[in-house]
Design a protein around this ligand. Structure first.
Ligand SMILES: Nc1ncnc2c1ncn2[C@@H]1O[C@H](COP(=O)(O)OP(=O)(O)OP(=O)(O)O)[C@@H](O)[C@H]1O
Length: 604
């Protein structure tokens, strides 16, 4: 076949020159646009010297000033001589062979960096056949990202942590720790963990680049030793960005994923059984990845179009492969993380490889879920996804507690759906710009906003039984909630010291001997009873007799509240009790119990 292509190169070039581009059905479709949070692009690498030297022409051509790529194959035809078989593919962005990695960075990837800096999740996938330029592209982009993170114009202080792993089939290795085997585990809270992988704190650009180089050379050496190419494994670089000024918020994440080759190139027939098995595993993981990206994009499109997730059909099977399990929160539709994803489908333009390039472009096209043109959704006061900026700001003014959080600072221009997509740390930082707002109030309000959205999604309708009783859904919702707020109307006007009662949550300063329960910045406790109410022999957490204190003032037995594993969640440790004197108490804190997670959350 290769000989046939070389011999007919001139004829092929004439056919291509005479080719009249067909109108792409997909470009003609003006009913929607690509999902702005999942951008699918393609990069066509230049022809390599040996490909041109052998006499192969190019088979892939970006169509000028469009997002369409034309692909030509030369087919043997007995009657009329070789003929052209052409197809075209539509993606969101096309980068031709003259495009540089810096251009791709500026146009597609750069926005992921401030996004993750603000607490969001940004993911880059490079997909394509062996030798199509995935590693060339990802390593170049990693360097640009490192430069922006370490010496760019981003505001505020962050701690940058890097971890680079390799996934080969079901096995994972740490590329920053001598390729030591690690495990991908899901903990009891459903969070994926790279158990055993070393995470490196980086403080300078040089240190960052050194980590990237170490991982690249380890991957390369391992591949050479196996007489293999790096193409048989996925490499994941995870950059975790901690924001020390909002410690309670989740960290920003950047994942840069250099995927295994979608299929071996022209030497495919040389594969032995083990290689065929490996190829099957790779294809399975890439197929699951496609389903996950599409599934998440469909859920997003659905919410954008209707304000809710309505389609049961949008199934995101992230548990079906180690790759997607590792990247779980990128795909999880129910996840609260704001995600932006960029896919670069790398294409080798050589006519001899055009079959594989066609599969790559077909795959890229399938990832692209068209979002219906935004309709104005009918306003529903219970569904944040239907709120325009004015309705959102009115809701913030009425629901953000006392003092109210400035809606102009929190949502200067955003609509409800846009605020829902804002990374949580950015949301919290904006809340804290209003004078006198405490981090607890900001966090409680963020949770309230998110819960309103989740409740709208899950449609907390009354059960059939409750509906039969004719109960108002709002009353049912209220009854299901359990909150530490004083049920007495108007009680907030009375100083909290005069209202102390069992179940009230207070913040307090700890004394030296309570080191065992002094959690950084989070000294909350639930009042159990007056210290005098317990028996003579009862001791507190530190072994001190509860009734025998030397302190002045009223003394209360308090259950210690500690942060739980879920972000923003707390545990009330009813059996870990300490004595708190009223003098130590700072104020009342409102908490709400959530049945679904069985944790307590701050509320406003
Ligand atoms: N845009 C480009 N400009 C110049 N050379 C390129 C470009 N893209 C790729 N190359 C070159 O093509 C060759 C193959 O690229 P690369 O190793 O990145 O491919 P790959 O898809 O990662 O392959 P594998 O899957 O086997 O690791 C390399 O020699 C690389 O330098």
């Amino acid at each position: 076949m290769e000989q046939f292509l070389i011999e007919n190169a001139d004829h092929y070039n004439k056919l291509v020159a005479a080719y009249k581009p067909q109108l792409s059905k997909k470009t003609g479709d003006d009913t929607g646009v690509g999902n702005p949070d999942i951008i699918v692009s393609t990069r066509i690498r230049p022809m390599l010297e040996d490909e041109t030297a052998q006499g192969f022409p190019s088979g892939v051509f970006p169509r000028k000033s469009t997002n369409v790529v034309d692909l030509h194959e030369l087919r043997k035809a007995i009657r009329w001589g070789p003929s052209l078989n052409s197809s075209n593919f539509t993606v969101d962005y096309v980068f031709g062979s003259e495009s540089t990695t810096a251009e791709i960075y500026d146009q597609l990837v750069q926005p992921l960096v401030p996004w993750a800096w603000g607490g969001g999740v940004g993911t880059l996938f490079a997909y394509g056949q062996t030798g199509s330029g995935k590693t060339f592209t990802v390593s170049g982009l990693e360097r640009h990202i490192a430069e922006t993170l370490m010496s760019g114009p981003l505001e505020g202080d962050r701690k940058i942590n890097v971890c680079i792993i390799e996934l080969a089939g079901q096995t994972a290795f740490d590329l920053l720790n001598a390729r030591k085997q690690i495990s991908i585990l899901e903990d009891s809270f459903g969070t994926s963990q790279m158990a055993g992988a070393l995470e490196h704190a980086v403080t300078s650009l040089d240190a960052f680049l050194e980590l990237i180089n170490t991982a690249a050379s380890l991957r390369h050496t391992a591949a050479t030793q196996k007489n293999d190419t790096s193409s048989r494994s996925h490499a994941i670089c995870r950059i975790r960005i901690e924001n020390p000024s909002v410690p309670s918020a989740e960290d920003g994440m950047l994942y840069l994923v250099d995927l295994a080759g979608s299929e071996a190139a022209r030497d495919r027939s040389a594969h032995d059984t083990a290689r065929m098995k490996e190829a099957r595993e790779i294809n399975t993981s890439l197929s699951v990845l496609k389903d996950c990206i599409r599934g998440r994009a469909m859920v997003d499109a659905d919410i954008q179009a209707t304000g809710k997730s309505t389609k049961k059909a949008a199934y995101v099977p992230f548990r079906q492969s180690t790759l997607t399990k590792t990247l779980k929160h990128v795909f999880e539709p129910a996840g609260a993380r704001s995600c932006k994803t960029v896919v670069v489908a790398c294409v080798n333009p050589c006519l001899a490889d055009v079959g594989a390039s066609k599969n790559t472009l077909r795959y890229a096209e399938m990832l692209r879920v068209v979002v219906p043109k935004a309709k104005t959704l009918e306003y529903n006061p219970g569904v944040p996804a239907t709120w325009n900026n004015e309705q959102l700001r009115a809701w913030i003014d009425a629901n953000s507690g006392q003092p109210p959080i400035s809606s102009a600072l929190l949502a200067p221009t955003e609509s409800g759906p846009q605020l829902l997509r804002l990374p949580i740390p950015t949301f919290l930082s904006r809340c804290l710009q209003t004078p006198s707002i405490t981090p607890e109030q900001a966090q409680a309000f963020q949770i309230k906003f998110w819960k309103t959205h989740v409740d709208a999604q899950t449609q907390s309708r009354p059960t059939a039984e409750e509906a039969d009783l004719g109960l108002d859904p709002e009353i049912v919702r209220q009854a299901r909630l359990s909150c530490s707020a004083d049920p007495e109307e108007g009680s907030s006007a009375v100083p909290f010291m005069e209202r102390i009662r069992p179940g009230m949550v207070v913040s307090y300063t700890t004394r030296d001997y309570f080191l065992g329960c002094n959690w950084k910045g989070t000294n909350f406790g639930m009042i159990m009873c007056p210290a005098e109410a317990v028996g003579e022999r009862v001791c507190d957490l530190m072994g001190q007799k509860v009734r025998k204190g030397n302190e002045e003032g009223r003394r209360w037995l308090v259950a210690v509240i500690t942060p739980a594993i879920l972000p923003g969640a707390y545990l009330v440790n009813v059996w870990k009790q300490i004595v708190v004197v009223e003098e130590q108490m700072q104020g009342e804190i409102l908490m709400e119990y959530d049945e679904a997670t069985r944790y307590y959350y701050l509320t406003v």
